[in-house]
Ligand binder design. Structure first.
Ligand code: LLP
Length: 386
């Protein structure tokens, strides 16, 4: 055992694999439960896109969370894990007809609708089934989140949501259509947000809209503020549970909810990032001209975030206590972007050492690919290795 890892057990397993520490996941879910119980009428829909591993989904479902899905595949994964359809929301700019039909057949809680043509198709497909679909409109709030450009979503220039100026017209249209019922508003300003000021700006925007709709006698039953709470990638041990207290408090105290309005959240990363690590073995230590490379058997196919977003994941040699040396840590894929970290300090590395890439529980396993005809990484939980 080094730190929190059962290294001896790891030695028998074929690498690379994802290791999920279910104790951390459960502690995180317990905090979410406690914090949301303090609020009235709050529902958390876990964003399945962050990690759709069935064991992870089942654990999350046990704590009473709903699911936020962005595809028919995610709806199927959530149903398979036992999530109740009446706690499933379905978002996404490009919902295919079969996906809408699947959601209608299961009578999900709500569609988060992103455009007028989409609203019309949901209405049409619901009419064929003789049913009425609950819809919320995703409003593009034009609020800037201080995070990576590739993962901000709430600016006017992004493809997501309905422009602020068009929203009244869309609600009016929904009221005229017989097979959709307008129930709420949906927002999402981005991901990996650590500045509560960004969420406060969103709250201000929500309040402006609530006032506007009240003036026009438009009733809003629920307000969904999306996900986005960030995690501490630098210090996964020091802060293994994100600051849910501040996060929920910000929304609960700043949004001026009218009687009975429910408040919905869609956290993904903050729920699962810190419980997961990608465990890999060192294949070779190679001397370069001015540096040395630790070449792992895991690559960007297993964890694409560093290559795609220049994201930082803490890297640890979990099988060595030798003095620290500096390495570029790279994968075996034939792409020069297949680098996990440059000039990384690690306990001296030898062939066969086990390396942990930390905070990889969110957008890790689920974004894996088979490029270079590689196998997808396997996964194990704490319980699997007892
Ligand atoms: N709700 C909506 C509408 C979203 O678009 C997202 C994430 C979430 C909820 C969950 O956000 P979270 O709580 O996880 O920040 N692959 C990228 C992240 C993409 C996030 C996309 N939308 C990454 O690896 O950083």
């Amino acid at each position: 055992m080094k730190g929190q890892f059962p290294v001896d057990k790891f030695r028998d397993l074929r690498t690379p694999f994802y290791y999920y520490d279910t104790r951390i996941l459960r502690q995180t879910l317990e905090v979410i439960r406690q914090e949301t119980e303090k609020m009235e009428n709050a529902v958390v829909h876990y964003a399945v896109k962050a990690n759709a591993n069935q064991e992870i989904l089942r654990t999350i479902r046990e704590y009473g969370l709903g699911a936020d899905c962005v595809s028919g595949g995610e709806i199927k994964a959530a149903l398979q894990a036992g999530f109740s359809p009446d706690k499933i929301v379905f978002a996404g700019v490009g919902k295919a007809d079969w996906e809408i039909n699947l959601a209608l057949e299961h009578h999900i809680f709500c569609f988060n609708v992103e455009s007028i043509p989409e609203l019309e198709i949901i209405n049409e497909l619901a009419a064929v089934k003789g049913t009425v679909a609950n819809v919320a409109f995703r409003v593009n709030p034009d609020v800037k989140a201080h995070t990576h450009a590739n993962i901000t979503t709430g600016l006017a220039e992004n493809k997501f949501g309905i422009a602020l100026g068009d929203i009244e017209q869309v609600i009016e249209l929904a009221h005229r259509l017989d097979h959709v019922k307008f129930v709420g508003l949906h927002f999402h300003i981005g991901s990996q947000i650590l500045d509560m000021g960004d969420f406060a700006s969103l709250c201000n925007r929500v309040n402006e809209l609530l006032t506007l709709f009240e003036k026009h006698h438009v009733e809003i039953e629920n307000i969904n503020v999306g996900g986005g709470l960030g995690v501490d990638y630098q210090h996964p041990n020091r802060q293994s549970i994100p600051d849910f207290h501040e996060y929920f408090r910000t929304f609960n105290s700043l949004i001026k909810r009218r009687n009975g309005q429910s408040l919905h959240f869609e956290p993904g990363r903050s729920v699962v990032a810190q419980c997961g690590s990608l465990i890999s073995k060192v294949l070779y230590v190679k001397q370069g001209t001015n540096k040395q490379f630790a070449i792992l058997d895991a690559g960007m196919t297993d964890l694409i975030r560093p290559a795609l977003y220049q994201a930082y994941h803490k890297i640890e040699n979990i099988s060595s206590e030798l003095p620290v040396e500096t390495y570029d840590v790279v994968g075996p894929i034939c792409e020069s972007s297949d680098v996990f970290g440059k000039a990384v300090d690690l306990n001296k590395v030898s062939r066969g050492d086990l390396i942990a890439l930390r905070s990889a529980g969110a957008y890790g396993e689920i974004m894996a690919s088979q490029y270079n005809c590689r196998e997808l990484p396997r996964s194990y939980t704490t319980e699997d290795l007892l």
